[in-house]
Design a protein around this ligand. Sequence first.
Ligand code: SAM
Length: 266
Amino acid sequence: MFPAMSDRTPPSSADPQKPVSGAEGNWFGFTPVDPSAKSGLVRAVFDSVATNYDLMNDLMSGGIHRLWKDTLMELVAPKPDMTLLDVAGGTGDIAFRFLKKGGGAAVVCDITEAMVRVGRDRAIDRNILSGVQWTVGDAERLPIASRSVDAYTIAFGLRNVTRIDEAIKEAHRVLKPGGKFYCLEFSHVVLPVLRELYDVYSFQVLPFMGRVVAKDEASYRYLAESIRRFPQQADLAKRIEAAGFGAVRVRNLSGGIAAIHSGWRI
Ligand SMILES: C[S@@+](CC[C@H](N)C(=O)[O-])C[C@H]1O[C@@H](n2cnc3c(N)ncnc32)[C@H](O)[C@@H]1O
């Protein structure tokens, strides 16, 4: 399932702490891959973790991912006349929050059918029988009409996309003028003391928990590695601006463990 997993350490020219802008498709975590293979590998990860995904999210983050998602939803400020597109929406956390806070309609689009299936089952369990449309599709080629949504969210998804700039351009295409883009993603810790602790947690504790709880160490190792390969906050902000968004802002969460990038579709 995974290519050359023994080659864990990237060469110094590809230091994971200094990800090369636009080169994300060449890496699956720390493992060099052909860009054409990346999305299949990503889908295999999420196929594998889908049934344990929500439990593992709570365990790994001590529930903090819920607070980050709540913060995202405060920024989105749902209204009854708003349509949200939640890309890489997985098991529905963002869409459910949007509806609960008074949003009109949500479309969840995710590349992994198994994640969408878990999401749909969760919606039925919560008696959310209308208001969410579930779609399988790629962030780089959204099956969504141009200028059709008021808000676009992508939570913990952009890091997995092969061509990040293509996904951001697609966000720009589907948003109505005046609509807003939000990306919640693991990011780069800004406090040196926290960075050391976080590295131990990421490369030792996370894979251990993956092995013991989800019986899947490789997927959780990929999580830690893919976070290190994701663009730094300022670099991502520039790439969002380059796609045509205005008033781009970055909000660090928990010392930069996560960050929310936002921008207006002009
Ligand atoms: C870490 S999960 C996040 C799920 C959800 N947004 C949340 O915050 O709980 C990442 C999701 O991104 C999806 N994904 C990865 N690459 C994608 C792509 N190119 N297009 C759409 N979804 C993608 C995966 O299938 C997975 O469901």
